[in-house]
Ligand binder design. Structure first.
Ligand code: ATP
Ligand code: MG
Ligand code: FE
Length: 349
């Protein structure tokens, strides 16, 4: 069974073809045959954030060339596609509609069923495309640009929310701090790069909810603290490149500290010994280093998506669709009256 995946929820257009071994080979992992991605980051950079209307228009321009590229790379013709999975939500309505419309148009033309997939389920299952895929059950730390959640995952579609951010997401905290430091958008990777040159202990930034036993997060206070610290340094005339790197390192340390502590707490509370990290912030090297170290000492196995599959892509959507189909947890449809769900709770899928 070959599943085509289409992702267009925000500022990345992603197309992928995944092959699902059929029948008794049920336990074999799905295989990524090819994928293609276009990021709109350069286009939105000038505005300091994603402009929804521009995002939709660009998805429309990219989706067909990326589809052609994916099929060419996979060495497959269009009619090799058996099911078309697309991101149904959450995300920007206009952007989602492009992927959904494309999926349904393809389905209608090829006479193939379509399947709407939850974007976060894509992130969550993306480590199954790595060379060392996890096994259920596990605790998942989902850290992306719009979400920060801890979940207990017992199987495909069996997701129990353990805790989540009460304000900003971890990726958002990275991005907002980076923007204040003049590092552009989205600044997560740039802040992480600058942090390697700074002292993470230079500034004592707040680590909200760190000491509590609850599994919720709060990152909104951090940006205020970074702002205040930067203003102080500027007023004293000491805000040079070195201090900027120190502030970046201290910001990253505060975010990573909280993410690691809460992940360990969730593992302890659930009695599980496997952790799966997913979402864009999962690409952060300092987060990976500290999680690896903390988990090694506790004999907990940690799984990550491959670095290039941490942020949005079509592969994770094709995979989530394929895994749902195999688990009997999805009904692909030939009713092409699509709708999208800009706000959609993962617990409800
Ligand atoms: P969501 O999936 O919640 O709808 P999204 O799709 O925008 O949001 P992702 O694509 O998963 O989020 O991730 C993007 C986020 O990851 C951005 O906030 C970005 O700054 C952050 N990010 C990416 N790489 C790194 C890194 N190396 N260190 C820190 N943050 C990073
Ligand atoms: Mg993005
Ligand atoms: Fe995402």
């Amino acid at each position: 069974l070959r599943v085509l995946g289409i992702e267009s929820s925000c500022d990345e257009t992603g197309i992928a073809l995944v092959e699902l071994p059929d029948g008794r080979a049920g336990q074999q992992p799905a295989r990524l045959l090819a994928h293609a991605l276009h990021s709109q980051i350069d286009m939105h950079q000038a505005y300091g954030g994603v402009v929804p209307e521009l995002a939709s228009r660009d998805h429309i321009r990219r989706v067909v060339p990326l589809l052609r590229q994916t099929l060419a790379e996979a060495g497959q013709a269009l009619d090799a596609v058996d099911v078309i999975a697309y991101t149904r939500g959450p995300g920007l309505a206009g952007a989602l509609l492009v992927g959904a419309g494309m999926a349904c148009a393809l389905g209608l033309a090829l006479d193939r069923p379509v399947l709407g997939v939850h974007h976060l389920e894509g992130h969550l299952l993306s480590p199954f495309l790595s060379s060392d895929p996890p096994q259920f059950p596990f605790v998942a730390l989902l850290v992306s640009g719009g979400h920060t959640q801890l979940m207990r995952v017992d199987g495909v579609g069996a997701y129990q929310l353990l805790g989540e951010t009460i304000d900003d997401a971890a990726g958002e905290a990275f991005d907002k701090a980076a923007k204040m430091l003049g590092l552009g958008y989205p600044g997560g990777p740039a802040l992480a790069a600058l942090a390697t040159q700074g002292d993470p202990k230079a500034f004592a930034l707040p680590r909200p909810l760190l000491r509590g036993t609850e599994l919720d997060f709060s990152f909104a206070g951090l940006k205020t603290a970074v702002w205040t610290q930067q203003k102080k340094l500027e007023a004293a005339g000491t805000f040079d490149e070195a201090r900027k790197a120190d502030l970046a390192a201290s910001t990253q340390a505060a975010i990573v500290d909280v993410l690691v502590a809460k992940s360990l707490l969730a593992l302890k509370a659930s009695g599980l010994d496997r952790l799966v990290v997913a979402g864009g912030v999962g690409a952060n090297r300092e987060l990976r280093r500290q999680l690896d170290e903390a988990c090694r000492r506790r004999r907990i196995r940690v799984h990550y998506p491959e670095l290039h599959l941490c942020t949005d892509n079509g592969a994770m959507i094709a995979l989530a669709g394929a895994m749902r189909l195999r688990a009997g947890r999805a009904r692909p449809t030939t009713d092409y009256h699509f709708d999208v769900l800009p706000r959609w709770d993962l617990g409800s899928v």
